[in-house]
Design a binder for this molecule. Structure first.
Ligand code: N2P
Length: 436
């Protein structure tokens, strides 16, 4: 056999082997759904119920591989690297913009299978936010199905600090909070919320407009936010991804810059152990965010991903998730509203922006639905494109600088101890050598 024939036979065998392994891989992935979700972001038993429903709908078994993240950027970097073949992921709106810009998503056919009528059930308010997502030429509605939404604000303990004492974002400077403040390790949410404080005068006199402010990542604004954050660092006890709520329920912290859903969860948990917590959006306003399900382009089981998204859109499943995690579903059917009304616990508020006409005076949780007056001071943040690096560097400068004087003392004492024992060991060795 000459060399050329041998080469072709070898090439054919290699490609045959490739085809066989790929199709085996595809075959095995047909029965596996890989989900990448925020921690504490789905009700207990919902995944198991989905498996059952999937079997009823398709006649097929589905195994679930479920991984958690608690920082958007950590999740994004996994998706960007493409080493992970997640089928369905739940990023926040500005990350969805980034994913669309970088062509990382597959379109979602929203009429797939027995779809609950998501387009009808979704709140017009959330639809409005979705329409503001900058898809870089693509319609975000074709690539994401919104899941939960909320605001960024203060979860606080009124036993130690009153709402009046911390009414503004500027109150984070209050020396009373020293060592009692936790801030969510979410640079984009914190930065956007603080812009409403930094530019409060401009917003009030109309020289700046809230929606456009949410696109602002200029050097000037980054510098202003950085200066402010550095001015509060002595108060900050930690930058937390997901443990702030526990610090609050255990009364170890008094204020937590947090998301409204985490706040609702903490308020409920704390009440069970006799601790009262509350949440509000500071007077200047804040960001209003939503997270949505997307299918990354490396997904291997698009069919199961679509079924999963549809399952989560069912109002009964949305209710189960909400009840357990504290976050608020984007679904605004009458079933959801009725379930949320609690005349014994809440004062009436205007939730018509979310539920539509007839909901302008309903007794629902102000921590979850805020009221139209609060929402009118909030806007949705956006991806900063190439400028993201600048924001991230600012965030690490702020967090890196967070070591307080106590930390420095510990470090100096540790270094001195190491030096002392090092010198003593050397002296001993030296003495021993001299004796022999
Ligand atoms: C849940 C986190 C919710 C993310 N632990 C808010 N964007």
């Amino acid at each position: 056999m000459n060399k050329i024939i041998r080469f072709f036979i070898l090439a054919a065998l290699v490609s045959l082997y490739g085809m066989v392994t790929v199709s085996c891989e595809d075959e095995s992935r047909k029965h596996v759904l890989k989900i990448y979700n925020w921690a504490d972001y789905i009700g207990e038993g919902v995944l198991e119920d989905f498996q059952e429903w999937y079997k009823e709908e398709t006649g097929e078994e589905i195994e679930i591989i479920y991984q958690l993240f608690d920082i958007n950027e950590v999740m994004l970097s996994k998706i960007e690297k493409g080493h992970e073949d997640f089928d369905v992921v739940c990023p926040s709106e500005y990350i969805i913009e980034r994913m669309l810009r970088n062509d990382l998503l597959l379109p979602i056919d929203r009429d797939f299978g027995k779809t609950p009528d998501y387009t009808v059930n979704i709140s017009p308010f959330i639809q409005g936010l979705l329409n503001k997502v900058d898809g870089h030429g693509k319609d975000a509605n074709d690539y994401t199905v919104a899941y939960m939404w909320g605001t960024t604000g203060y979860l606080y303990n009124p036993k130690y600090v009153t709402a009046e004492e911390i009414s503004s974002w500027g109150s984070l400077r209050n020396p009373k909070l020293k060592g009692k403040l936790y801030v969510k390790d979410a640079f984009r949410d914190v930065y956007s919320s603080l812009l409403t404080y930094i530019y409060k005068d401009e917003l009030a006199n109309g020289t700046k407009e809230l929606d456009s402010l949410m696109y602002d990542s200029s050097d000037e604004s980054i510098e202003k936010v950085e200066t402010f954050l550095k001015s509060i660092k002595d108060n900050v006890s930690g930058w937390e991804a997901d443990f702030g709520k526990e610090q609050m329920t255990k009364e170890k912290a008094w204020v937590n810059v947090s998301w409204s859903g985490d706040a609702q969860w903490a308020i409920d948990e704390a009440a069970d152990v006799g601790v009262t917590l509350d949440y509000f959006v500071p007077e200047e306003g804040s960001n209003v965010w939503f997270d949505g399900w997307v299918i990354p382009k490396y997904a291997k089981n698009v069919k199961a991903a679509r079924y999963f998204i549809n399952f989560l859109c069912r109002p009964d499943i949305a209710l189960r998730n909400m009840d357990e995690i504290g976050y608020v579903s984007v679904i605004s059917t009458s079933e959801i509203l009725e379930n949320q009304i609690d005349e014994e616990s809440y004062e009436p508020l205007d939730a018509s922006f979310f539920f539509g006409e007839g909901a302008d005076s309903v007794c629902v949780s102000p921590v979850q639905y805020f009221g139209s007056d609060v929402i009118s001071k909030c806007a949705m943040m956006h991806d900063s494109g190439e400028r993201t690096e600048k924001l991230l560097s600012m965030w690490s400068r702020v967090k890196g600088d967070n070591a307080n004087s106590f930390t420095y003392i510990i470090l100096i004492v540790a270094a001195a101890a190491l030096l002392f024992f090092g010198i003593r060991r050397k002296q001993k060795r030296h003495r021993r050598k001299q004796m022999f």
